[in-house]
Design a protein around this ligand. Sequence first.
Ligand SMILES: NC(=O)C1=CN([C@@H]2O[C@H](COP(=O)(O)OP(=O)(O)OC[C@H]3O[C@@H](n4cnc5c(N)ncnc54)[C@H](OP(=O)(O)O)[C@@H]3O)[C@@H](O)[C@H]2O)[C@@H](O)CC1
Ligand SMILES: Nc1ncnc2c1ncn2[C@@H]1O[C@H](COP(=O)(O)OP(=O)(O)O)[C@@H](O)[C@H]1O
Length: 289
Amino acid sequence: MGKHRQKRHDERMTFKLQLADGNSVAQPVLTMPAKDIHKYGRGHAVVMSGPALKTGASRLAARAALAVGAGLVTLIGDRAALDEQAAHVTAIMLKEFDPVSESLDGRVKAVAIGPGAGVTPETQQHVLKMLQAHVPVVLDADAITVFSESSQLLFKHLDQNDVMTPHHGEFSRLFPDFADDEPLAAACAAARRAGCVVVLKGPNTIIAAPCGKWAINRHSSPWLATAGSGDILTGLICGLLAQGVPSFDAAAIGAWLHGDIGIRAGPGLTADAMPDYIPLVLRGCLQED
Ligand SMILES: NC(=O)C1=CN([C@@H]2O[C@H](COP(=O)(O)OP(=O)(O)OC[C@H]3O[C@@H](n4cnc5c(N)ncnc54)[C@H](OP(=O)(O)O)[C@@H]3O)[C@@H](O)[C@H]2O)[C@@H](O)CC1
Ligand SMILES: Nc1ncnc2c1ncn2[C@@H]1O[C@H](COP(=O)(O)OP(=O)(O)O)[C@@H](O)[C@H]1O
C-alpha cells in the first residue's frame, strides 16, 4: 500500500520455518548469529505500551520480543504509562513517544501494538500511524477490536508484511461473515480480505497469508489458556520480525515456540513465567555446527 519496506529476509536471519505433513508447523531451526553481530544487527523491536494501569500486557509482549532475540526492545508510550513500566523493566528501554506527532527511528525493524491499548479513538489513530511506518506491524487485542465498525479502513492500510493475531472473539468482530466457518477456511479468507498474515489463535493455531499460503500449529498445550499468553505470542512474532524473519515464517515459528513453552512448562504456567522458558525453547531448536 505504498509503504516503503526495508529489506528483511537477509543474512541476519537465524530462524528457519519447517513444515511437516498436513502443513503442520514443525520444530524451527535456529542457527548461531554471526560472530561479529552487534545488537542493532539483531534488530530493534518497538512495543506500544498500554496507558497507566493497563501496562502489563504490552510489557509481556516486550519481554518475549527481547527473549526471542531482538537485539533491543523499546516500550513507547506516554509519561504516566512509562513511569509504571519503569518499575518493572530493566533491559527493556523506555521512550516517551506520541505516535501521532512523531515518527519511528529509522533503525526500528518491527512494531507490536494492541495488548492493553484500550478500545479508544486514540488506539485507532495510533494503529493507522504505525501502519504508515517502514516496518512490519503486529496487531493484537484492542488494535483489532477497535476496527470492529471500520474494518475496511484497517484493511486499506495493511500489507503482506503485517501480522494480526486475533482470538476467536476478536476474529468475529473483524470478520463476522467468516466467524462460523471452519477455522482454516475462515483464516485463509480473512488473510485474503485483510491483505496481511492472519494468525487465528486457539488450541490449534492457523497461520494464513494473503497469497493463499497456510500452516497449522498443533504443537501446543491447554496450559497456554491463561491471561496474557496471547501477549507473549505477539512479542515472539514481533521479536522474530525484528530479526529479519519474513512475516508468514515469523508468525508460524512464533506459534510453535509459544506452544513449546506451554508443553515444557505445563501446570501452573502463567504469562509472567513464559519469557523465562524462552532460552530453553530456543536451545532445543539450535543447530550447532
Ligand atoms: N495482564 C494484562 O494486562 C492482560 C491484559 N489483557 C488485555 O485485556 C484487554 C481485553 O482482552 P480480552 O482478550 O479479554 O478480549 P476482549 O476484547 O475483552 O474479548 C473477550 C471476549 O471475546 C470472546 N471470545 C470468543 N472467543 C474467545 C477466545 N478464544 N479467547 C478469548 N475470548 C474469546 C469472549 O466472549 P464470550 O464468548 O464470553 O461472549 C470473551 O468474553 C486487551 O487489551 C488485552 O490485551 C489480556 O491480554 C490479558 C492480560
Ligand atoms: N486450549 C488451548 N490449547 C492450546 N493453546 C491455547 C488454548 N487456549 C488458548 N491457547 C493459546 O493461548 C493464547 C491465548 O491468547 P489470547 O486469547 O489472546 O489471550 P490474552 O489476551 O489473555 O493474551 C493463544 O496463543 C492461544 O492459541
